[in-house]
Design a binder for this molecule. Structure first.
Ligand code: NDP
Ligand code: A1CAB
Length: 312
């Protein structure tokens, strides 16, 4: 059976560029859900890799078929087979990145399956919330680990990913990671691993805060009497315009807000109600709660499905 990809390629071939660090890489995705698909789509869209450089593993046949048809990549059932794809052999040597993209609650199963199965030159790149590099390295018996925290706008190449790496990750591998994450949007390297948990709460969980506010404002517009379609257009363009304004003007948000706030006017009235309703405190508490949860997910004893059940 031949597989064709219906996937649109966006830019001129990066593959042909000699400075593309992923040119000869093999990528194995362990768990092909929402985020893994976003990374795969971004890499192919930017033509940083070809479909034959990618393999994914997934427990469900329907999902395997779906991804194979959409991206013309190989998707297998066995996580071990996916990792083996990147192993160098007498026939060829590859740089290989193994992307861990399962839910935190599945991580212990993955450790059991993959422990001791990685070659020295393979790189493990985790996107799993809470999972600490020390734990991954210890459980997989593999010291070269990169920990990243992307977010869902990566699906359209507008993501924000924060990442860090163990000292065993080489400069060449760091270049590969930058290229891979660059296909998702912006990337930011941090030295301190605790900042990954902080980014999990702020930028990775971030779309949740924004979409909830977006939804609430659209509902408020409907309450005023706008059709849902009109309210949605007004709110989305207002949010987009405000973000671009903040980005391009380089002004502090408070300064931009003051520009909207005429004395005795509508904004002042609205601000009064938002402060009365403790909007800032609620947002701060939400981010703090998300941070605490990210830290808790990283604790080994919380990583088993059993303890998660007790937790929920
Ligand atoms: N969603 C987000 O905004 C972000 C998520 N993350 C992190 O990314 C990771 C993945 O999240 P996300 O993509 O949203 O989650 P998904 O649930 O969409 O993806 C995980 C996938 O792994 C599959 N899976 C389950 N068990 C196994 C197994 N034993 N072996 C291989 N695959 C398995 C699941 O299959 P099935 O569907 O059958 O259960 C699912 O498709 C999480 O660890 C999360 O913390 C990081 C940043 C942002
Ligand atoms: O809710 C979650 O666990 C994931 C991790 C970061 C954002 N969403």
């Amino acid at each position: 059976m031949s597989i064709t990809s219906g996937f649109e390629l966006e830019t001129a071939s990066e593959l042909e560029r000699s400075d593309n660090p992923l040119r000869n890489a093999r990528l194995s995705f362990i768990g092909c859900g929402v985020m893994a698909e976003a990374i795969i789509a971004g890499l192919l869209r930017r033509r940083l890799v070809t479909p034959d450089q990618i393999i994914g593993s997934h427990p469900r046949q329907a999902r395997r078929d779906e991804l194979a048809a959409k991206y013309a990549i190989r998707v297998v059932e066995s996580n071990r087979d996916a990792v083996s794809f990147g192993r160098s052999t007498d026939q060829g040597r590859f740089s290989s990145i193994v992307v861990l993209a399962v839910k935190p609650q599945r991580l212990n199963l993955i450790f059991e399956e993959l422990r001791g199965r990685l070659q020295e030159e393979q790189l493990v790149l985790s996107i799993i919330a809470g999972a600490r590099m020390e734990t991954i390295a210890r459980e997989l018996l593999h010291p070269a680990v990169v920990r990243t925290m992307p977010n869902t706008p990566a699906q359209i190449g507008q993501g924000m990913t924060v990442w860090t790496a163990t000292p065993q990750v080489t400069d060449a591998q760091r270049d590969q990671v930058r290229a891979l994450l660059g296909a998702l949007g912006k990337e930011m390297y941090v030295e301190e691993e605790r900042m990954i948990d902080m980014a999990t709460a702020l930028s990775a969980t971030g779309p949740t805060y924004i979409f909830l506010v977006m939804e609430a404002l659209i509902d408020a517009g409907v309450h005023l009497g706008f059709s849902r379609r009109m309210a949605q257009e007004l709110v989305l363009q207002t949010m987009l315009g405000s973000v671009l304004f903040a980005q391009e003007s380089h002004k502090h948000p408070a300064e931009l807000r003051n520009m909207v706030t005429s004395p005795g006017g509508t904004s002042a009235e609205a601000i009064y109600q938002m402060e009365k309703g403790s909007l800032r405190t609620v947002l701060s508490k939400a981010v703090w709660a998300a941070y605490q949860r990210a830290v808790a997910l990283g604790r080994a004893e919380k990583n088993s499905p059993k303890s998660e059940e007790h937790n929920s």
